[in-house]
Ligand binder design. Structure first.
Ligand SMILES: NC(=O)c1ccc[n+]([C@@H]2O[C@H](COP(=O)([O-])OP(=O)(O)OC[C@H]3O[C@@H](n4cnc5c(N)ncnc54)[C@H](OP(=O)(O)O)[C@@H]3O)[C@@H](O)[C@H]2O)c1
Length: 329
């Protein structure tokens, strides 16, 4: 029986969760048309939630996290894929309630599999991973709402994190003027290298008053943190501007009134990368491999072997990761 190594998260009798690398068998994997030999994965905030027993992400354990995987097809029951094909999978249910990419093998439905676009290596695809894909989707959404490089400055919150840092780099690549808001005192040089023209300490974009509108500061924003920061940013968006709502690293609350929407025409745009339909998904990956290809991926990401993921996972939960963690499987 072919075996492989995978991260294995178990729930203990006392309600705690333990994590280790375990030997698994191919027949333990869930059903699916495509068996993939995983070469690279990446660490996302959601992986850390899954790995620490967040039942809103993963209902039952034992479980293998990893919402991202890139590798080569081992066998496929779907005509669209054959042995040796380079492919990637991000989102859908991978790593949530389906055994994920922190593993040498995944088996998934063919409908989740994206052929690796030409112009991108497997490694680069996971330097981007769900975080990069989400950042790209957020930019496409604000652009489609009319917020272009000529509209004015665009703010990125949580700019030192995975989604945030790639959003900064992609916005700059696409010609936007980017302000990067971060709580990391040592991230300024990093963010400038990615293309931010202004670094803003996190406290400066918060506002604890109950004023329904604040001075107009941004043409648009990409928010990864939610809560009071997202509320303050929304109250600071200029006429007809837009905020792409990506995450809740700070909070899932949104204390707002209707005034930014009915007096300034502001749009809140929901970003749900995991469920993005396949045609748009393939087009966006092609864009990340083409006119939005980033030269700064090695600056944004650090490579960590699967066996050493425990401290990385704990750091992302604390909001302490800078850029991306690329997982060498
Ligand atoms: N909607 C989607 O499709 C989608 C896809 C991927 C991720 N997400 C979500 O997006 C968020 C970011 O994901 P990620 O993988 O980029 O995580 P990450 O690397 O940990 O980035 C999050 C960043 O948010 C900032 N932050 C953390 N805690 C904060 C707090 N209490 N208050 C204010 N800022 C805080 C930190 O940046 P600074 O230190 O620079 O401020 C942190 O680095 C998560 O909520 C994740 O679930 C959503």
């Amino acid at each position: 029986m072919p075996t492989f190594r995978a991260w294995w998260v178990e729930e203990q009798a006392d309600g705690t969760f333990t994590r280790r690398l375990a030997e698994r068998e191919t027949e333990d994997l869930p059903p699916g048309e495509v068996l993939i030999r995983v070469r690279w994965s990446s660490l996302n905030y959601k992986d850390a939630l899954s790995a620490t027993g967040n039942k809103g992400v993963t209902r039952s354990y034992p479980h293998t996290p990893g919402i991202d995987a890139a590798g080569t097809v081992v066998e496929s029951a779907a005509a669209a894929f054959g042995p040796g094909d380079p492919v990637l999978v991000t989102g859908y249910d991978l790593g949530m309630n389906t055994a994920g990419g922190f593993s040498e093998r995944v088996r998934v439905p063919a409908s989740w599999v994206v052929p690796l676009p030409s112009g991108l290596s497997l490694r680069e695809s996971m330097q981007l991973g769900t975080a990069g894909f989400t950042a790209a989707l957020a930019i496409e959404r604000i652009a489609a709402r009319g917020v272009g490089p000529e509209s004015g400055e665009v703010l990125v919150t949580g700019a030192g994190g995975g989604v945030g840092s790639i959003a900064v780099a992609l916005l700059a690549r696409a010609g936007y003027t980017v302000a990067a808001a971060t709580g990391k005192t040592d991230a300024a040089e990093f963010l400038r290298c990615l293309g931010a023209s202004r670094i803003i300490p996190r406290e400066e974009i918060s506002d604890a008053t109950s004023r329904p509108l604040l001075a107009r500061r941004w043409a648009g924003a990409i928010d990864t943190v939610g809560g009071g920061i997202l509320a303050a940013v929304t109250r600071s968006i200029d006429y007809e501007g837009a905020v792409a709502v990506c995450g809740n690293a700070a909070s899932h609350d949104l204390p707002l009134t209707v005034y930014p929407f009915i007096l300034r025409g502001v749009s809140l745009l929901g970003i749900a990368s995991a469920s993005l339909p396949m045609p748009e998904r393939r087009a966006l990956w092609a864009r990340l491999a083409g006119d939005w290809k980033l030269a700064s991926l090695d600056l944004i990401s650090r490579e960590v072997p699967l066996a050493d993921m425990e401290p990385e996972m704990l750091a992302i939960l604390r909001g302490g990761q800078r850029g991306r963690v690329l997982v060498r499987v």
